[in-house]
Design a protein around this ligand. Structure first.
Ligand code: PXG
Length: 283
C-alpha cells in the first residue's frame, strides 16, 4: 500500500507522522471517509467541500487547493490499483509543542490512505440491524458542532461502546434536547404511513453525504421526505427505519431498544432505497 503524505507517496512502513502532531496529541484536525465504486469516487466534490468547511470551522488552513485535493484522492486510488475502495483523507494541525496552542503548529499534514473496506456481513442487510439508544448524548453544537468531521470522535466512540455492551454494532444518539440526532457513524431515517422523515441538520448532526444522496433519490422517485425534529417515540412507532453512511451505505434497522420496528423485517421502501442507492453509486 502507498500512502500519500503532503504530496508524496510512501510505502506503508515509511508513512509516518510525528508524535508531536496535534492530530495525535489533541485530535486537532479533520477527516473524510470516501468510497469509490468501479473506479469512480462517489460524490467526491461533496466530500472535498465538507472537508474544507470542517477545516474552516476549526480555523485550520489546508495548504492546497480543493481541486488539487480531489486529484490527490483519485491519484491515491490509482497508485494503489483500487477500483472499489475506501479512502481516508486526514488533515492534521501538524507538529506543535506539548501545549494546545495551534499557533505553534507548523504545517498541517495531509494524509490520504486508499484501502478496501471491511463491509458489514450480508446478513445485516438481509435481516436488518438491532440498535440501542446510548445514554451519551451527541456533542452540543455550541461546544463542538457535529457538522465538523473532526479527528475528535470520542463522543461517538463512547456511544459505540454502549452499543457494543448491548451487543449492537450501532447506537442511536440523542441531542441535548432529547431529540433523535444520528447514530455513531450513520444518519437515521424513519418511514411512517409512506412519509420518510430524518432529523434536520439543526438537530446537531453530521450532514451525511449518503443522507443527502438518499433524500435526493427518494424525492426524485416521488416520495415525500421531511427533515424535522424527531423523538425516540417517532422511531419506536415507525413502520420502517434505516441508516445511511459511507461505510454502511443504506442498512435496515428492525429493532430499537427492544421495540420491533414495523414487522421486524427490512421494509419495502427501505429495500427500494438500498437498491436505488446502489444503482446510483455504481452508475
Ligand atoms: N454521522 C456521523 C457521526 C458520521 O461519522 C455519518 C453520519 C454519515 O455520513 P456520510 O457522509 O458518510 O454519509 C458519518 C460518517 C466507519 C465510517 O468506518 C464512518 C463514517 C464514514 C466512513 C467510515 O465507521 N461516518
Amino acid at each position: 500500500m502507498k500512502v500519500y503524505i503532503n504530496g508524496t507517496f510512501y510505502d506503508e512502513a515509511d508513512a509516518k507522522i510525528s508524535v508531536f502532531d496535534h492530530g495525535l496529541l489533541y485530535g486537532d484536525g479533520v477527516f473524510e471517509g470516501i468510497r469509490s465504486y468501479g473506479g469512480k469516487v462517489f460524490r467526491l466534490d461533496e466530500h472535498i467541500n465538507r472537508l474544507y468547511d470542517s477545516a474552516k470551522a476549526i480555523a485550520l488552513e489546508i495548504p492546497m487547493e480543493p481541486a488539487a485535493m480531489a486529484r490527490a484522492v483519485e491519484d491515491s486510488l490509482r497508485e494503489n490499483g483500487i477500483e472499489d475502495g475506501y479512502v481516508r483523507l486526514v488533515v492534521t494541525r501538524g507538529v506543535g509543542t506539548l501545549g494546545l496552542d495551534p499557533e505553534k503548529c507548523s504545517e498541517p499534514q495531509v494524509i490520504i490512505i486508499a484501502a478496501t473496506i471491511a463491509l458489514y456481513p450480508d446478513e445485516f442487510y438481509e435481516k436488518g440491524l438491532e440498535i440501542v439508544t446510548a445514554s451519551t448524548i451527541r456533542n452540543h453544537p455550541a461546544a463542538l458542532n457535529p457538522r465538523i468531521k473532526s479527528l475528535n470522535y470520542l463522543n461517538n466512540i463512547m456511544a459505540k461502546v454502549e452499543g457494543r455492551q448491548a451487543g449492537c454494532v450501532e447506537a442511536l444518539m440523542l441531542n441535548h434536547k432529547g431529540e433523535v440526532a444520528e447514530c455513531t457513524g450513520d444518519n437515521i431515517f424513519v418511514i411512517k404511513e409512506g412519509v420518510v422523515s430524518t432529523p434536520s441538520i439543526d438537530a446537531g448532526i453530521l450532514e451525511g453525504i449518503t443522507r443527502n444522496a438518499v433524500i435526493e433519490l427518494l424525492r426524485e422517485a416521488g416520495h415525500e421526505v421531511r427533515e424535522l425534529a424527531l423523538t425516540r417515540h417517532d422511531v419506536f412507532v415507525a413502520d420502517e427505519c434505516f441508516l445511511t453512511g459511507t461505510a454502511a451505505e443504506v442498512i435496515p434497522v428492525v429493532k430499537v431498544d427492544d421495540r420491533l420496528i414495523g414487522e421486524g423485517k427490512p421494509g419495502t421502501v427501505t429495500q427500494e432505497v438500498r437498491r436505488r442507492f446502489m444503482e446510483l453509486a455504481r452508475a
